[in-house]
Write a protein that binds this ligand. Structure first.
Ligand code: ADP
Length: 254
């Protein structure tokens, strides 16, 4: 029998931006697979092409080299992908719950059921009781969490996250790391998350794909095995430190 197809498959993927007579190669040769239900972190220095890669996975940008498959049979990118970008991009005139509901409205999902689900998701990200507030009444960290709830409202099979905690202070970021692990464990979704934080990538990912400075090239990938459920103090263990050291080494920073 044939081996099962990976949920995501990238082989020698490349992307060059062309504008005003200039060409910038953002991604030159990236190859990796993601299994269904896996949590994979892409790590690399700023400007190395991580966001470009994620946008190609989201179907927001075309690649111009290599092959890429996202999702199995029947996968509908419009319906089955949830996206959380670095900026929460909330609509300021809509209340928290109505921001979370936006993708469901666009997809025309049943109102009552999705409203209940929005409340559940807000509880999952620690925002119970904040449903009727407006974005400007929330801290940056709370807004990020609204964006994460919104990325899950239509129950997507695949969640793509681009530095979702990039703008947060260190403590809030740590709390969000814990919450995201909890959400992933509870939901079983496939998550691909871009970060420039090596520690964050090791803490969050089942696997870490290391990209070198631009244009993005695959440097290495690491399967991360840590005691579960992961707690923040795992970062002080020698196993964790060893993963981080090896990744810094691949980034030329050891
Ligand atoms: P990262 O997410 O790793 O910080 P990006 O994917 O945002 O990197 O960018 C990779 C490279 O592509 C950078 O050199 C950036 O300046 C360039 N780039 C990104 N978007 C565009 C665009 N729309 N047009 C031209 N160049 C771009």
């Amino acid at each position: 029998m044939d081996a099962p197809q990976p949920f995501i498959h990238l082989s020698n993927v490349a992307k060059t931006y062309r504008a005003q007579g200039r060409a910038v190669t953002a991604v030159s040769d990236v190859t990796f697979d993601v299994a269904e239900g896996e949590f994979v972190c892409l790590v690399g220095p700023s400007g190395c092409g991580k966001s470009t890669l994620l946008k190609m996975l989201a179907g927001l940008l075309n690649r111009d080299g290599g092959t890429m498959r996202v999702g199995g049979p029947g996968f509908d990118p419009g319906r089955d992908i949830g996206i959380a970008f670095q900026q929460p991009l909330l609509l300021k005139w809509r209340r928290v719950i109505d921001n979370v509901l936006l993708p469901a409205e666009i997809l025309g999902l049943p109102r009552r059921a999705t409203r209940d689900r929005a409340r559940e998701l807000l509880e999952l990200v620690g925002l119970s009781g904040q449903e009727d507030r407006f974005p400007h009444e929330l801290s940056g960290g709370m807004q990020q969490r609204v964006a994460i709830a919104r990325s899950l409202i239509h129950d997507p099979k695949l969640v793509l996250m681009d530095e979702p905690f990039g703008a947060l202070d260190a403590l809030t970021r740590e709390r969000m790391n814990l919450e995201l692990r909890r959400i992933w464990t509870a939901s079983g979704k496939t998550i691909v998350l871009v970060t420039h934080g090596v520690q964050e990538a090791v803490f969050l990912g089942e696997r870490v794909v290391v990209l070198t400075a631009g244009p993005a090239r695959m440097a290495d990938e690491f399967t991360v095995t840590l005691p579960e459920p992961r707690a923040l103090d795992v970062r002080a263990t020698s196993v964790f430190g060893d993963y981080a050291r090896r990744i810094y080494g691949r980034l030329g920073m050891a």
